[in-house]
Design a protein around this ligand. Structure first.
Ligand code: PHE
Length: 516
């Protein structure tokens, strides 16, 4: 254990809020959300996703902050403090592992963003005139081992430099500078996109739901993405919460972060899809969407190089304020539990994560044909990025899939169980009311954690596992999954409604009787 000098504290409420929003807002909002939405039918996906955010994401986000502030410890230490000498610490350990794995491929994608951000001012990116040309450019970048590794290394170093400077001097400061710039640049890009002639089709894609596009994988993807985008399920908010002192209103902060995060994702959609449709391109491009399709959009705009520079700079800042939170989760574990100094922890952990990311950096490249599917002789998906079943994934996709579609939801599942069922309810309520004496939705929050979270996460995980078996080989199973899925959705809606109604009418919340 350290004396706490290497732990740190947030300097101000705003600083914490921007750091938490910075963690949430990242590649997930701009790269992942837009391509997943593009592949899964636009507006219908947004609805499922927003429902997952409100009913599960926000409650879990708040639960993690409560765990973190209460224990003032890293993810592993926090579970151990609440449930000493039990298996709960393994939930925290899985989070630390998920953080390391997640950062290892996050940094590879962020490295590509960095390459684009550096090259945009030169006009290179907006000089790509057709999807073929920009596809070849992206492929050349992502398949070149030297370039991929170089930018992966550069991005990791940037992340480590910030985290090494500590919670207040590094993470908080970086977020306070970058987040406002990000908001401003994105607003400009949205206006630019909406004013393009022919933007209407893109707006319609964002707003008119096509429910026939929904299937179990879509729901699994939407929920996995809700966890990913809010940075929950792996202890990031436990860690950030552990640097809080008592004056923060945690329920309010959770709502604010979720609101900003969703707003930014939808704004990114409005910045991208109207332009995409205006220039006659397809939304279902897959993971290459922002890298392949957008350059061509910029090419056709007046001032393309400028807009490209703005876009990729904002994108890079978003990635950086998230990667620092990922590294912090792992670093905090070694600081608190192993007594390492911050510097040592950051450089050793960061270095190890860089090494772990090497296969991911190479997997989009010449080794991409190394995949389980290749070995089984099955058909390759859409190449390096973008297929769904484990059987068809290369290393990069595999890690991304396991972490975001399984590890984060499983982590969230146990956070629901701990705070909803197993942690002393009085302790939980007391902690929440610190800084939020008038919190009125205590019952609703606890009941969402008790019933809706575990139910929905559990069934989505179960369906997700069944959906791993490719339908072409297991047609009957696929049929069963479809039927189950329909029943489950009906059940979820009923349970969610019941929980909301019952919570509101049987409230034991007596904010008036709580100490201020
Ligand atoms: N929320 C980040 C994003 O949307 C990713 C992330 C996940 C960061 C988990 C920290 C923890 O890009």
């Amino acid at each position: 254990m350290t004396d706490g000098a290497d732990r740190g504290q947030w300097g101000s409420r705003l600083g914490f809020l921007l750091a938490a929003a910075g963690s949430a807002i990242g590649l997930g909002n701009i790269w992942r959300f837009t391509y997943i939405m593009g592949e899964n039918g636009g507006a219908a996906f947004i609805l499922v996703y927003v429902a997952c955010i409100i009913l599960i994401g926000v409650p879990v986000f708040l639960a993690e902050l409560v765990i973190g502030r209460h224990t003032q410890l890293n993810a592993v230490g926090a579970f151990e403090a609440i449930k000493p000498r039990s298996w709960w610490k393994w939930v925290g350990a899985m989070g630390v592992l998920a953080g390391a794995l997640l950062l290892s491929f996050y940094s590879v994608v962020a490295g590509w963003v960095m390459a684009y951000a550096l090259r945009s001012p030169l006009g290179t990116i907006s000089g790509l005139a057709s999807p073929e040309e920009s596809g070849a450019y992206f492929e050349q970048l992502s398949t070149s081992p030297t370039q991929s590794l170089l930018f992966h290394a550069a991005f990791m170093i940037l992340t480590m430099v910030i985290v090494a400077r500590g919670v207040r001097g590094g993470i908080e400061k970086a977020s306070k500078i970058m987040m406002p710039i990000l908001f401003g640049l994105l607003a400009l890009l949205v206006v630019r996109g909406l004013l393009l002639p022919g933007a209407g089709a893109g707006i319609e894609f964002m707003l008119r739901p096509d429910f026939s596009a929904l299937n179990p994988t879509v729901v699994l993807t939407a929920m996995g993405h809700a966890f990913f985008t809010l940075s929950v399920g792996m202890g990031a908010m436990i860690t950030y919460g552990s640097y809080l002192s008592s004056e923060n209103n945690l329920p309010m902060a959770s709502l604010q972060v979720a609101f900003m995060d969703t707003l930014i994702a939808i704004a990114a959609g409005f910045a991208i899809f109207p332009a995409l449709f205006a220039f006659g391109m397809e939304p279902s491009e897959g993971a290459g969407l922002v890298f392949v399709t957008l350059p061509v959009v910029f090419h056709q705009m007046t001032g393309g190089a400028l807009f490209a520079t703005m876009f990729f700079a904002l994108f890079l800042m978003a990635a950086l304020t998230s990667s620092i939170s990922l590294l912090e989760v792992v670093a905090a574990y070694f600081i608190d539990e192993r007594g390492w100094s911050r510097g040592r922890s950051v450089w050793i952990v960061g270095g190890a994560i860089f090494v772990m990311g090497i296969p991911a950096a190479l997997a989009a490249g010449p080794w991409a044909s190394w995949s389980v599917a290749g070995m089984l002789g099955a058909t390759e998906g859409q190449g390096a990025l973008g297929s769904v079943h484990i059987f068809q994934l290369n290393w990069f996709d595999l890690i991304s899939h396991i972490v975001s579609d399984y590890m984060l939801p499983i982590g969230g599942f146990f956070v629901c169980l701990l705070v909803g069922w197993f942690w002393d309810r009085a302790a939980v309520e007391t902690e929440v009311r610190i800084g939020a004496p008038a919190f009125k939705a205590m019952n609703l929050w606890v009941n969402l954690l008790r019933w809706v979270g575990p139910l929905v996460i559990g069934q989505v995980l179960a369906l997700g596992i069944l959906a791993e078996f490719p339908a072409q080989y297991f047609p009957r199973l696929a049929g069963a999954v479809d039927t189950l899925h329909t029943w489950f959705i009906g059940l979820d809606i009923l349970v969610a409604l019941a929980v909301i109604v019952v919570s509101l009418f049987t409230g034991t919340d007596r904010p008036d009787q709580q100490p201020a």
